[in-house]
Design a binder for this molecule. Structure first.
Ligand SMILES: NC(=O)c1ccc[n+]([C@@H]2O[C@H](COP(=O)([O-])OP(=O)(O)OC[C@H]3O[C@@H](n4cnc5c(N)ncnc54)[C@H](O)[C@@H]3O)[C@@H](O)[C@H]2O)c1
Length: 389
């Protein structure tokens, strides 16, 4: 089988995904790369041998020698570039979030449907060992029927990764309850087996709003992203626009009656996600979220707190970025780009996670007012439900 030939657009921090895709002789190669920043383009192209290079993604879309596009640009560019890729007939790996508005998401889904081009949205958490383990426990019925899901998201490194560049500007992301939480909202939906229909949220910019910022047009500081700052109040060189929240809490009602909560803080000392899922016959909770972490299940009782639980599962070992998820998701995308068929991510689910985060952001900027989440056009739901796509 010949290697699939990928064109990659956007070679910033997420270039590690393109590295996972470059496996000459083993299924796929990065054959062309694009970045609007000339220095980044020159530096990062060298990782892939001697690829075609261009500062304009349109130069890649016209090339017959590229089988698919991997799009890794900032969130606010996803909608327009994705629509162009789909209209050019190139199967597309689109990083999460699908877009930064509900309308933007729906425009991308319509372009995929109208052109018949394969669309894959990069929700790599669905390929993380800890998430798959929790999903398997729930599917086996170890905790009965899931009824409520609580997620605490401790974003250590938040000052570095989310407040020193475009992430901090709401015109580029809508907000971190969409930008960052889209991952976890998707996982909540996957674990609970439903989509959010109603939300409310509170949030604030508590720490990073008052710290020194860089001039517009200046690069991220030297040493980024290797050097980290502690305590959070010691951060300097923040992005020139900082208007997204660094603390947010969100409540959700899902279409199957499940009630969920998601909490995010960007100035914690540690970086970890903690999920609790409570069902009709037990509960699970993860301790750590990478390879070697544990997921505990309590499904006898009632008793006082038992740290040993009833069953303790270990998250399998894995290598590579995001606990091995990036390698696995690219393998899945390569198979999907070649032949279609069922995959573990879903464009509809990607849209529903953005829609929940978008409406929750509106709620937190509106004093916590509850909002309904707009439903997706049923014809799009039906189109993407067909596994042959
Ligand atoms: N799934 C994950 O685990 C994960 C992790 C990190 C980031 N992301 C997502 O990946 C995407 C990229 O994030 P990042 O952290 O790499 O950002 P980044 O800012 O580090 O890199 C983005 C790159 O895209 C380039 N670029 C911007 N506009 C472009 C255009 N129109 N055409 C070509 N190149 C363009 C920039 O010059 C930059 O090099 C974002 O959507 C982000 O949300 C996903």
């Amino acid at each position: 089988m010949k290697d699939l030939r990928f064109g990659v657009v956007g070679l910033g921090l997420r270039v590690n995904l393109a590295e996972a895709a470059h496996r000459p002789g083993r299924g796929s190669v990065v054959a062309a790369v694009c970045d609007t920043d000339p220095a980044t383009l020159k530096r990062e192209a060298a990782r892939f041998g001697d690829p075609v290079t261009s500062p304009d993604h349109r130069d890649l879309l016209g090339r017959d020698d590229l089988d698919a596009i991997i799009l890794l640009t900032p969130d606010d560019t996803h909608e327009s570039i994705a629509v162009e890729c789909l209209q050019a007939g190139k199967p597309l790996y689109l990083e999460k979030p699908l877009a930064i508005t509900v309308e933007g998401c729906d425009a991308v889904l319509r372009a995929a449907r109208d052109t018949g081009t394969r669309l894959y949205v990069g929700h790599n958490m669905r390929h993380m060992g800890v998430v798959r383990l929790m999903r398997d426990i729930i599917r086996r019925g170890d905790i009965g029927e899931p009824k409520t899901v609580w997620v605490r998201h401790f974003v250590g490194y938040g000052g570095d990764y989310y407040f020193k560049d475009w992430h901090a500007d709401r015109t580029r992301t809508t907000g971190l309850l969409l930008q960052k939480a889209a991952h976890d909202l998707d996982v909540v939906h996957w674990l609970a087996g439903g989509y959010t229909t109603r939300v409310n949220a509170f949030g604030d910019l508590m720490v990073y709003g008052g710290l020194p910022r860089r001039e517009p047009g200046t690069p991220r500081p030297d040493g980024w992203p290797r050097d980290h700052t502690w305590p959070p109040t010691a951060h300097r060189d923040l992005h020139h626009v900082v208007d997204v929240e660094d603390v947010s809490v969100m409540n959700m009602v899902l279409d199957n009656g499940v009630i969920a909560a998601y909490q995010q803080c960007h100035f914690t000392p540690d970086y970890v996600r903690n999920y609790t899922v409570i069902g009709t016959e037990g509960r699970l909770e993860n301790f750590g979220d990478g390879p070697g972490a544990t997921v505990k299940v309590w499904n006898t009782g009632p008793t006082g707190y038992r740290p040993d639980a009833d069953i303790t599962y270990r998250v399998p070992d894995a290598t590579g970025s995001h606990g091995g998820a990036d390698t696995r998701i690219i393998e899945e995308f390569a198979r999907f780009a070649r032949e279609g068929g069922p995959v573990d991510t879903s464009p509809v689910a990607a849209r529903m996670s953005v829609a929940a985060g978008y409406m929750a952001t509106r709620s937190l900027r509106d004093g916590g007012t509850p909002y309904d989440v707009p439903s997706l056009d049923p014809s799009l739901v039906a189109y993407f439900a067909d596994d042959r796509r």
